[in-house]
Design a protein around this ligand. Structure first.
Ligand code: HEM
Length: 299
């Protein structure tokens, strides 16, 4: 799922430089090295001249080189009118080369790691809840018939959206965000001066028993229209609390996940390989402790 999400992000956001799977896999290999080290540094910071830091820096520099090459290729081969991708918008609007490189990199990273894990967890929940999987499949059949999913009908797949939302909540895909406070404010009687670093504990609200009874139970009905009305809106903010700095890719993530599930659930049934114990590992993004093994039957 992670490789699929990376390919989707690279092709749809960055263009045809990534048509060759070898490029995608090399990007993924370097990314894994850099990400593993970044998460490790949350609890264990290495010496600046250690081998760990050298390996990290080497992977990061190579990733930047790939992005730089992609940007140069796109500038020399601009998009046709009406076929603009995110990379073209960034090229047009970033004020200097450094910002362009950093922003492009941020979008690629933001665009695939979270979504890859969302898809993995969603398949896990569907395979462990066959009744829910059947309900999604029936909805796809009755809403779409044999039509493709697109922007005109995506919002009609109401139950599938509930399943995606419950996956974001139950697996706590993005457990926290971190921001410098933009202005002086007060919260629960505590003064928070401007520029204070604040951790937004998104996962804590998503698992709060007072809001979500039996929070570990996977239950998409929590997101039915009726049940959602009973909660205040900040109870579920899986893409951040940060107002205008909320995740800019959230609609893309919903669209990508929906296309993936419509395409696959139409044709196949997903079952867990028995005997697996899957536990969540919370880091910058929550991933399963082990690979999730699933078997596939034709419908
Ligand atoms: C399941 C999918 C995703 C989840 C759970 C997720 C979650 C988040 C969260 C929690 C933040 C931090 C917001 C804050 O600062 O409070 C964020 C930021 C960001 N996300 Fe996502 N995201 C997802 C998919 C995507 C996709 C598909 C893209 C790009 C196409 C993307 C691009 C970004 C970027 C660029 C930022 C930084 C925004 C800024 O600092 O202004 N994300 N995301």
């Amino acid at each position: 799922m992670s490789a699929y999400a990376l390919k989707v992000a690279l092709l749809t956001l960055m263009g045809d430089t990534f048509k060759d799977d070898k490029e995608v896999l090399e990007f993924r290999r370097l990314y894994d090295i850099a990400w593993f080290e970044t998460e490790k540094q949350l609890t264990d910071v290495p010496e600046p001249d250690s081998q760990r830091m050298k390996t990290f820096k080497d992977a990061k520099d190579k990733l930047y080189k790939i992005i730089k090459r992609t940007l140069e290729h796109r500038k020399k081969n601009p998009a046709k009118k009406g076929e603009l991708l995110l990379i073209d918008i960034l090229i047009e609007n970033c004020q200097d080369e450094e910002t362009l490189l950093a922003d492009t990199f941020t979008f690629v990273i933001g665009g695939f790691h979270t979504t890859g894990n969302l898809l993995t967890w969603c398949f896990y929940f569907l395979a462990t809840h066959q009744d829910i999987q059947d309900k999604v499949q029936k909805e796809i059949k009755s809403v779409l018939g044999s039509d493709d999913v697109d922007h005109t009908n995506i919002n009609d797949l109401v139950y599938l959206r509930q399943v995606i939302d419950e996956t974001l909540r139950c697996a706590v895909i993005a457990p926290w965000g971190a921001r410098f406070q933009d202005f002086d404010s007060e919260l629960g009687g505590h003064k928070i001066p401007k520029n204070t670093p604040v951790i937004h504990a998104l996962g804590v609200t998503q698992q709060d028993e007072a809001i979500w009874p039996v929070p570990n139970r996977f239950d998409p009905d929590r997101f039915s229209e009726e049940n959602s009305k009973k909660r205040q809106s900040l109870a579920f903010q899986p893409f951040g609390f940060a107002g205008k700095r909320i995740c800019p890719g959230y609609r893309f993530a919903y669209a990508e996940a929906t296309v993936c599930f419509v395409t696959l659930l139409r044709k196949f049934k997903f079952n867990m390989v028995e005997g697996q114990v899957i536990t969540p590992v919370h880091g910058l993004v929550t991933h399963p402790s082990e690979e999730v093994w699933i078997t596939i039957d034709k419908r």
